[in-house]
Design a protein around this ligand. Structure first.
Ligand code: G3H
Ligand code: 13P
Ligand code: ZN
Length: 348
């Protein structure tokens, strides 16, 4: 199946009442791990690349690797998504290359660090929405700011400093027309999200539920959604790593989110942990080995295991065959006619 738009994939998820994992990739093995898990669990999937990933792998390598994944697995609906686009040109370049979805993260300035004003966020996001929708491409926006810094991206802080204001979320969705909306509810990127198992004082699921009530037709997105399981931390530390004990977002909280409008769940760190643990294990147990395949294969398998588990937990498992890909021209026409207008006023 050719690549699908993220809008189609999320609309189907909303119909089916499940969430879809959006997994970050930087190289071939991560893409293969995701597809192996998708085949194993019969799941539709979102593969996403950050600016850092596009730079690391070089744009064309990554793009063609993801295309290869879709050619080799025609039964799996795959959306190719830009994660945390920092400006119009970044989003435009992904759209022109052939990504079927982009995130315009206008919550931060182009430096990827400084929070923007609400008006700045609306203006840049709307500009990307206009450009993308004319071409049938899906847009995710972000209102509120996540905590932490990943690969130089992020405002830092605990995750509670810029939690999304529900009134602003509604106005933002109305004025931009985004298809999907990332909100800040206390999570951060990376491994160090919480210093103990999070409760309602640090993970604001009540805000998410409130936003969904007010924006029932906008697909919500949870960033920073790795669960940072203890067993993955332990493998790394057992084989010479030095991670401090930390807590991520419990899967049951993500499932609560899915019951309340969350359709896209971003996971990167858990896969990074799985890969690193597997490689450390090979290095520690068989230090005589030097063929990269000897450690990349177990790394790939470790990531496949995590991704397959998340696909089952998010509910996307078993849904790969539910629908056929709609051509991008359907979305070009559908946005022009208002069929895909997700603004609150359009749905009243
Ligand atoms: O946004 C966070 C993702 O984990 C991507 O991270 O910017 O280091 O590629 P990255
Ligand atoms: P994690 O660091 O929790 O995996 O979050 C990834 C993410 O939100 C990518 O945009
Ligand atoms: Zn993110």
């Amino acid at each position: 199946m050719p690549l699908v738009t993220m809008r189609q994939l999320l609309d189907e998820a909303a119909k089916g009442g499940y969430g879809v994992g959006a997994f970050n990739v930087n190289n071939m093995e991560q893409i293969q791990a995701i597809l192996a898990a998708a085949k194993e669990t019969k799941s539709p999937v979102i593969i996403q690349a950050s600016r850092g990933a596009r730079k690391y792998a070089e744009d064309l390598y990554l793009f063609h690797l993801i295309l290869a994944a879709s050619e080799l697995n025609p039964e799996i609906p795959i959306a190719m998504h830009l994660d945390h686009g920092n400006g119009f040109e970044t989003c435009k370049s992904a759209i022109e290359l052939g990504y079927t979805s982009v995130m315009m993260d206008g919550s931060l300035k182009e430096d990827g660090k400084t929070p923007t004003t609400f008006e700045e966020n609306v203006a840049i996001t709307k500009k990307v929405v206009d450009f993308a929708h004319e071409r049938g491409v899906t847009v995710e926006g972000e209102i509120g700011v996540l905590g932490g810094v990943e690969d130089g991206h992020g405002a830092g802080g605990s995750g509670l400093e810029h939690v999304t204001d529900p009134d602003q979320a509604v106005e933002f969705a109305e004025r931009t027309g985004v298809d999907a909306l990332a909100i800040a509810i206390g999570t951060s990127h990376g491994a160090y999200k919480f210093t103990k198992k999070p409760d309602g004082s640090v993970l604001k699921m009540d805000i998410l539920i409130d936003i969904h009530k007010r924006l029932p037709h906008t697909h919500l997105v949870m960033h920073g959604s790795s669960s940072v399981p203890k067993d993955l931390q332990d493998v790394i530390n057992q084989y010479g790593g030095k991670l401090k004990q930390t807590w991520g977002v419990p899967v049951e909280e993500i499932q609560l989110g899915i019951r309340n409008g969350v359709r896209k769940i971003n996971v990167d760190t858990d896969n990074r942990l799985a890969i690193t643990g597997a490689i450390r294990k090979v290095f520690a147990e068989t230090p005589e080995k030097f063929d990269p395949r000897d450690y990349m294969k177990p790394a790939r398998e470790a990531m496949q295991k995590v991704v397959a588990q998340r696909m089952t937990q998010f509910g996307q498992a078993g849904h790969a065959g539910d629908y056929k890909q709609l051509p991008i021209s359907e979305f070009v026409a559908g946005y022009a006619s208002g069929k895909y207008d997700a603004r609150p006023s359009a749905k009243k």
